[in-house]
Design a protein around this ligand. Structure first.
Ligand SMILES: [Zn+2]
Length: 302
C-alpha cells in the first residue's frame, strides 16, 4: 500500500527541486536585449547573447557556435521589424528548433507597443530596403527602453508562469530606473532640441525624436544602399542651406566618410554606439543612452 504522506512529501520535494532548477533558456540577438533579459529574468533564466555589440545591427556575422545555442533556446529575443532579417531567421531555421523560428511562439519581437517611426506607405524590399516595415533602431531611443523591457517580461511570464511574480518585481524595479534615466537624459540633453543633423544610416530616428533634433537626411540614399557622389552633393547643398550642425555615425560604420562630409558642410562629426557593447565601457542599456548623449553634447559643444 502506498504511503500517501510519503508520496506527497516526495512530490513536494520534487516540485521544490524543479522550482529551483527552473531556468528558461534565453537567446538574445543583441546585447541590449540580453542585459534587459538579465535584469528581468535574473536567476530564472540562462542567457546567451549572439551579437557582441560592435557589429552593424543588420549584418551580424553568423558563427557556427550560434547554432547549438539556438537549438536549445526556449525563447529568442529579437528587436523585430526585420532588424535582424539578414542574419537571424536563417540561423534559427538552421538550428532545427521549431519553437524559436520566425513567426513561432518563441520568436519574440520587443518592438510591439513602440510608437513606430519611418513606416513606409508601401512595404517593399525592391531596392534591398532594410527598413521595409518601419525604423527598427528602437534600442537607441531612450523612450523605448521601458516597452522593450516589458515585452521581455511578458514573454518570460508566458513561458514560465510560476516565475511571474518574480519577473514582475524585477521589471518594476528596472522600469523605475529606466523612467528616471529618461527624465535625466531629457533634461541634460535639452539643448539638442532644434539641432539639425545628418546620420550615416537611418538609425537615429528615435534618438533624434527623443531630443527634438531634426534629421535632414542620411549619407546612405536609402537604408543599406551605399552613398553615391551624386546623392552626397545634393545632401551637402541641402545641409548648408538648412544649417546642419552634426553628422552622426556609429562604431560599426566607416568613419572617413562622415568625417569628410562634416568638414565639407562645416559641421561636426559625432560617433555614437548603435547597441550595448559598441565600446567595452558601454555594458548596460542605461550606459548606452548616457554615452550617446555625452557624444552628442560634446559634438554640439555643450
Ligand atoms: Zn537600419
Amino acid at each position: 500500500m502506498i504511503n500517501l504522506k510519503k508520496l506527497m512529501l516526495v512530490m513536494a520535494l520534487m516540485t521544490l527541486a524543479n522550482a529551483g532548477l527552473a531556468e528558461v533558456n534565453i537567446v538574445a540577438s543583441i546585447p541590449d536585449l540580453g542585459v534587459m533579459a538579465d535584469r528581468v529574468g535574473g536567476e530564472r533564466i540562462k542567457l546567451t547573447v549572439l551579437a557582441s555589440g560592435r557589429e552593424d545591427l543588420h549584418g551580424v556575422p553568423a558563427r557556427p557556435s550560434f547554432i547549438p545555442k539556438l537549438h536549445k533556446a526556449d525563447l529568442l529575443l529579437t528587436l523585430g521589424l526585420d532588424a535582424e532579417h539578414a542574419w537571424l531567421p536563417a540561423l534559427a531555421a538552421e538550428a532545427r528548433n521549431i519553437n524559436i523560428m520566425e513567426d513561432r511562439e518563441g520568436w519574440i519581437e520587443v518592438y510591439e507597443g513602440v510608437e513606430l517611426l519611418d513606416v513606409p506607405d508601401v512595404i517593399s524590399r525592391a531596392e534591398g530596403e532594410q527598413h521595409a516595415e518601419g525604423n527598427p533602431h528602437i534600442n537607441i531611443g531612450p523612450q523605448n527602453g521601458r516597452i522593450m523591457a516589458e515585452n521581455i517580461a511578458y514573454a518570460l511570464m508566458d513561458f514560465d508562469p510560476e516565475g511571474s511574480e518574480y519577473f514582475d518585481e524585477n521589471l518594476t524595479g528596472y522600469c523605475s530606473e529606466l523612467d528616471a534615466l529618461a527624465a535625466s537624459l531629457k533634461s541634460r540633453g535639452s539643448s539638442l532640441a532644434g539641432q539639425k543633423v545628418i546620420s550615416y544610416h537611418a538609425d537615429i530616428s528615435y534618438l533624434a525624436k527623443f531630443y527634438g533634433m531634426e534629421v535632414i537626411g542620411t549619407l546612405e540614399p536609402k537604408p543599406g544602399i551605399e552613398p553615391t557622389a551624386r546623392h552626397l552633393a545634393r545632401l551637402a547643398k541641402d545641409a548648408q542651406v538648412q544649417g546642419v550642425s552634426l553628422v552622426i555615425y556609429n562604431q560599426a560604420q566607416p568613419s572617413n566618410l562622415p568625417k569628410k562630409f562634416a568638414q565639407r558642410i562645416d559641421a561636426v562629426s559625432v560617433k555614437i554606439g548603435n547597441m550595448v557593447g559598441a565600446i567595452s565601457e558601454v555594458d548596460t542599456w542605461q550606459k548606452l543612452q548616457q554615452y550617446n548623449l555625452d557624444q552628442l553634447l560634446e559634438g554640439a559643444g555643450q
